[in-house]
Ligand binder design. Sequence first.
Ligand SMILES: [Zn+2]
Length: 185
Amino acid sequence: MTGRVAQAGAAVGAPLPYLQAYPLTLQRQVQALLARQGTGAWLLQKYPQAHAVRTDKALYQYAAGLRARHLRNADAVNKVLFDSKIHIVRHALGLHTSRSQVQGGRLAARHEIRIAALFKQVPEAFLRMIVVHELAHLREREHNKAFYQLCEHMAPDYHQVEFDVRLYLTHLEHQGEPLWGAAST
Ligand SMILES: [Zn+2]
């Protein structure tokens, strides 16, 4: 009897650290997909192609383009790069740092965005989602309503893509192969 109680309280199926915030019914569907090793095929069918942003320079231009189009009044970004040292856990897929620096006799914010190196070989929608997230922090520090409205303004499918990104991270965590090329540095 005690055994049954303990079992009922425990998580059923594979642990899903990247999907904790989603409804349980959705988590169950992912567990079923993982059980029959279907995550890779599901993702590849939806996203057949990887993006072509290969270098830090190209990434900077990609981010600067999005900022110019959608966040005209926000500060410029000084530096954007892929970082192989970012430890991907829950909300740390990317990193935005800003610090004050004396420029021409006055204080100016210097913004730096780091994107986990894993995003070098993913679909364009995935890259856009993470870059949009970090760009939105130029305006909103917190993950509040205004922040997510800004994300959706820059990427209307932001929330759906975030789920798909987290599904891919889950796929990798369960020893799935990288889907859009080997994850290099
Ligand atoms: Zn954030």
